[in-house]
Design a protein around this ligand. Structure first.
Ligand SMILES: Nc1ncnc2c1ncn2[C@@H]1O[C@H](COP(=O)(O)OP(=O)(O)OP(=O)(O)O)[C@@H](O)[C@H]1O
Length: 447
């Protein structure tokens, strides 16, 4: 139930108001002075406060200021004396939602409370969304406790307080965008825009229009002016993903922004000035791209003032288990499989895999396994076949070629043994081979 607090020392009026408001379905609290009003606010957190001006221990107009400072999402409506407009005006300056004349405007009170309540509920929702975004854009979101990831986090934390351009390098799925968001979210620009663009998703001309914008009439189809992403990100951060894919002549324009903070829109003659922090990312070897004349050396030196390399998942194997468990918990909650158990072989197989797609691939594999799994426990069988295979090979201590019959036989026997929960007599019966043969194969394949 939504809550309203009435602060008024005139008992009769307060009780009358309380009755009226209760009849509208609100939970009503009452206080007779500033001190008990603030105390009730703290305990019951009402969304709306209806407050008299003259109170025994203070003035309602000043109280508005205090309430808004301590409880910014609460909306206050001031009850002013007849004809005292200056009080109402000052209350609004102090942050009140509105004011109303006591006694005269009784029929306006309920609609006003209802509007103030709507605003207070929006304030609450906004605060919770902001908290969610803050969490998303924070370093606490970056999982892993290996030395390599900790070093990368430490560097990123240091650079986040500055305006220096950052170049994030690392394979696909290693978290370059997650790092860019955290650097932005922890820096002085955190409450300004974070604009991301993947340079590989556009042709050269489209990318130029997207990033720098254009003037109406610049080319056929340019009917009106278009703001580019640099303007959208003004005072905030732009994240240029896959920077290695940017066309050579566009790179010159980017270099100019880095050097002067200015660029010229397509079809424009005057430069536009912006104040944008640039974070770029690549999974290419830019030094190699420079030698092949695909990337400008001067731009590289400008961008790579502060370079952070994000380690591949296979180079920080010690993180795989904890990341996997967190992902199982998160996806498990979403897929209503909160209490699912995890077989140790499942985790071992994850640790043995090469993870060319890094955390993105791990996320996808975990989500898929949870969807596929029909039992109470995640087992090897719930993993994609290539992960199962590499696990079998790893535990056999040798590499089988893709076409080797032995590899398939090993995998099949292992699965049947898992199915019979290690019961060899039952496994031999299902495989239609003798028990001694099964023992020999278990020995041979090191199962
Ligand atoms: N350290 C991490 N902790 C938790 N989640 C992570 C981490 N790194 C990456 N992820 C998750 O992995 C996925 C891929 O991350 P992200 O898009 O940041 O990678 P990327 O390196 O930018 O990839 P690409 O080069 O393909 O753009 C996202 O779902 C992200 O939430």
């Amino acid at each position: 139930m939504n809550k309203v607090l009435i602060i008024d020392d005139e008992n009769q009026i307060r009780k009358l108001l309380a009755r009226m408001i209760e009849l509208e379905g609100y939970e009503v609290y009452q206080a007779a002075d500033c001190r008990s009003g603030l105390k009730l606010l703290d305990i019951s957190m009402p969304e709306v406060v209806l407050c008299d001006v003259r109170l025994p221990d203070g003035n309602g107009v000043d109280l508005v200021l205090k309430i808004k400072k301590l409880f910014p999402q609460t909306e206050v409506v001031l009850l002013t004396a007849h004809g005292n407009i200056p009080d109402g005006v000052q209350a609004i300056k102090n942050g009140a939602y509105d004011y109303i004349t006591k006694g005269d405007d009784n029929n306006k009170i309920i609609p006003l409370i209802s509007r103030a309540m709507e605003k207070a509920l929006i304030n609450k929702r906004l605060e919770s969304l902001e908290a969610q975004i803050e969490k998303k854009y924070s370093f606490s979101n970056i999982q892993g406790s290996s030395k390599l990831i900790k070093e990368a986090i430490l560097l990123a934390q240091k650079v986040s307080a500055t305006d220096v351009p950052v170049l994030l390098t690392g394979e696909t799925g290693t978290g370059k965008e997650v790092f860019a968001q955290a650097i932005h979210g922890n820096g002085p620009r955190h409450n300004k825009a974070f604009v991301a663009i993947n340079c590989s998703s556009f042709s050269k001309d489209l990318l130029e229009s997207e990033i720098f914008g254009y003037k109406a009439g610049a080319f056929t189809g340019a009917n009106k002016d278009k703001k580019g992403l640099f303007e959208e990100a003004n005072n905030g951060t732009i994240f240029l993903d896959e920077i290695g894919e940017m066309a050579f002549d566009l790179q010159a324009k980017l270099l100019r922004i880095l050097e002067t903070g200015e660029f010229i829109k397509i079809g424009e003659t005057k430069p536009t000035k912006v104040n944008v922090r640039i974070i770029a990312a690549t999974n290419r070897n830019l030094e190699k791209e420079i030698t092949e004349n695909h990337f400008r050396e001067d731009l590289f030196y400008r961008l790579s003032v502060f370079q952070i390399h994000l380690p591949a998942l296979r180079d920080r194997k010690e993180d795989i288990e904890s990341i996997a468990l967190t992902l199982i918990r998160d996806f498990g909650a979403r897929l209503s499989r909160k209490d699912i158990k995890i077989n140790s072989e499942f985790i071992e197989a994850l640790k043995n895999h090469q993870w060319k797609g890094n955390i993105r691939e791990l996320r996808n594999v975990i989500e898929r396994s949870l969807i596929i799994c029909n039992e109470e426990e995640l087992t090897l069988q719930d993993l994609p076949i290539e992960i199962q295979n590499s696990h079998f090979e790893e535990s056999a201590g040798r590499n089988y070629s893709n076409f080797e019959l032995a590899a398939m036989e090993r995998r099949h026997i292992s699965r049947v043994l898992q199915y019979t929960k290690g019961n060899k007599t039952e496994a031999a019966r299902l495989l239609k081979i003798g028990l001694t043969t099964l023992y020999r194969k278990i020995e041979e394949y090191k199962l």
